[in-house]
Ligand binder design. Structure first.
Ligand code: NAD
Ligand code: UGA
Length: 506
């Protein structure tokens, strides 16, 4: 496939990665046709509507342009500066369930299917489940045009490109396909700005003329990215670099969380520690926020995958090293939830506990592997009268369904259980015995400048109102370090946080 010949792209998997990535590629390449395919009809229907299957700032505007041909100015500043269009454009982004047909029509095929942790069998709970990837590779082998370029967008174990090549050879002998690795580094909640201004684009290819030609073809698709941000490596390095990037980010979080426990027993303050060490350019300030632990669909599974890879390569010490990152993460969430129970005299009986923040982080409705859910499970063991949940980014019906599915439907208030999900933060907090902050949403933050008296800034919770309606002795458990301990204590609130000495001293 010559670089100039790529005119149609098929992205398999209309999820958190496939949808936004295809939207941005289509938006910046009006000459290309980008079709996103998925076997999930309901998901594709939502991508074809205004009611998108996921929330990402800027995504709807991108779709309105690339999918619908709308010419209204993009709100996104960064997009506006490099926007290719000023006149009406040809819609060039499509969503379909016809996987086979669209694979057959594409010059380049992106694989963006899910790669979760295996649930059963060999390597259960650790190895990556490549079932979806294997299935789509077989479909590609059968339906793809000879010479189409395959691109791994999914996060995969190192040497998965070889597995893909083998599958292609088995089902399509004698036909050559180039397989590239192009892992995605976007974060939930900032997907569009991460895609528009990536820190880097990694393209792994075979060190052959055909491999490098395919890599150049993919580089051209990233037409909006500064070429000096595009990095070429071999396929294995690219695959492994993605796992390592997530593992290293998660490792920093577990490292700072482990120190937070020392702070709570010594009088040191974890925020001061983070600031002090983060000022050293060799360490850097990012991913040093202590809290209830990391969540999300990827950090956990990617570390498990890396540790399993090390184990299968006969490197148990390496596997153990990365497992420890997960152990600390689990321990951090558990010790925080247990502290809540301990501080409430070891019993939650007859008490209402309010959980603020349910998604795995602010700015997203993605609830996969959310630390809040684990915390709620621990609280439920102590049979509270009510666990009230509020998250400004999550739909209460969806959260209710999920808690019912993962903890058992009997825990829901509608089934005489104790869990209720609220649309309104004040109702969730009303007459509560303790508030537990699980995500660092701006809405939950106190105004750093103004403190308690005027904390009711736009979108921010009116903390005085909340505190007034709490049951005495008025507890707030701050799992993300966002309320001011001194200010709260002055008005009679007992605050326990992470990484600092809480109410009552050492
Ligand atoms: P997802 O579960 O949101 O989406 C995957 C989609 O693939 C689903 O819609 C599913 O129906 C579809 N699919 C599965 N098998 C299929 C098949 N045989 N035919 C057609 N469609 C099929 O997953 P995601 O969050 O988008 O993640 C995809 C990959 O990207 C994973 O490997 C993940 O590790 C990686 N990743 C995710 C993120 C993130 O923020 N979510 C960021 C970077 C990388
Ligand atoms: C992460 C990576 O940041 C992305 O680069 C990567 O592409 C993605 O995983 C993936 O492969 O799926 P994401 O999971 O969306 O992105 O979210 P992050 O912002 O990295 O946060 C992950 C978790 O760590 C959240 O629960 C967050 O609250 C927590 N966190 C983050 C901390 O506890 N402290 C910090 O300092 C930073």
């Amino acid at each position: 496939m010559d670089t100039a010949e790529v005119s149609s792209i098929c992205c398999i998997g209309a999820g958190y990665v496939g949808g936004p990535t295809a939207a941005v590629m289509a938006y910046y390449n009006p000459h290309l046709t980008v079709t996103v395919v998925d076997r999930d009809q309901a998901r594709i229907d939502r991508w074809n509507s205004e009611n998108l299957p996921l929330y990402e700032p800027g995504l709807l505007q991108m779709l309105q342009s690339a999918r619908d041909g709308s010419t209204e100015d993009m709100e996104h500043q960064q997009m506006a500066t490099v926007s290719p269009q000023s006149e009406r454009r040809r819609p060039n982004l499509l969503f379909s369930t016809d996987v086979a047909k669209n694979i057959g029509a594409a010059d380049m095929i992106l694989i963006a299917v899910n790669t979760p942790t295996k649930k059963r069998g060999l390597g259960a709970g650790r190895a990556t489940d490549v079932t979806a990837l294997e299935a789509v590779t077989k479909q590609i082998a059968i339906h793809a045009k000879a010479g189409a370029i395959l691109v791994e967008k999914s996060t995969v174990p190192c040497r998965t490109a070889d597995l893909i090549r083998e599958t292609l050879k088995t089902y399509r002998p004698g036909v050559h396909f180039e397989v590239l690795s192009n892992p995605e580094f976007l974060s939930a909640g900032t997907a569009i700005s991460d895609l528009v201004s990536p820190s880097r684009v990694l393209i792994g290819s075979q060190p052959t003329t055909e491999g490098l030609r395919a890599a150049t073809a993919l580089e051209r698709v990233y037409s909006w990215v500064d070429p000096c941000k595009i990095m070429h490596t071999n396929t294995y390095s690219s695959e492994l670099a993605k796992l390592v990037a997530n593992a290293m980010l998660a490792q920093r979080i577990s490292s700072i969380n482990s120190i937070s426990a020392i702070c709570e027993k010594t009088g040191a303050d974890i925020h001061e520690i983070s600031n002090a060490i983060g000022a050293d350019a060799r360490i850097g300030s990012k991913y040093l926020k202590a809290g209830v632990g990391f969540g999300g669909s990827c950090f956990g599974k990617d570390i498990r995958s890396l540790a399993y890879l090390a184990e299968t390569l006969g490197l148990p010490e390496v596997a153990e090293y990365w497992q420890q990152v997960l152990k600390i993460n689990e321990w951090q969430g558990t010790r925080f939830a247990r502290k809540v129970v301990k501080r409430l005299n070891g019993t939650l009986s007859g008490k209402k506990i309010t959980v603020l923040g349910y998604a795995f982080k602010p700015g997203t409705d993605d609830t996969r592997e959310s630390p809040a859910l684990e915390g709620i499970r621990i609280l439920l063991d102590d049979a509270p009268a009510e666990v009230a949940i509020f998250d400004p980014f999550c739909c209460p019906t969806v959260v209710r369904e999920e808690v019912g599915r993962l903890c058992g439907s009997e825990v829901l208030k509608c089934n005489d259980g104790s869990v209720e999900v609220y649309e309104n933060a004040y109702e969730a907090c009303d007459r509560s015995h303790a508030i537990i902050i699980m995500t660092d949403c701006d809405e939950f933050r106190q105004s750093a400048k103004a403190g308690y008296e005027v904390s009711n800034l736009e979108n921010r919770l009116d903390w005085p109102k909340i505190v007034y309606n709490l049951e005495k002795p008025r507890w707030v458990f701050d799992g993300r370090g966002i309320v001011d301990l001194d200010v709260m204590e002055k008005v009679g609130v007992r605050v326990e946080g992470i990484g600092r000495v809480g109410w009552g001293g050492l």
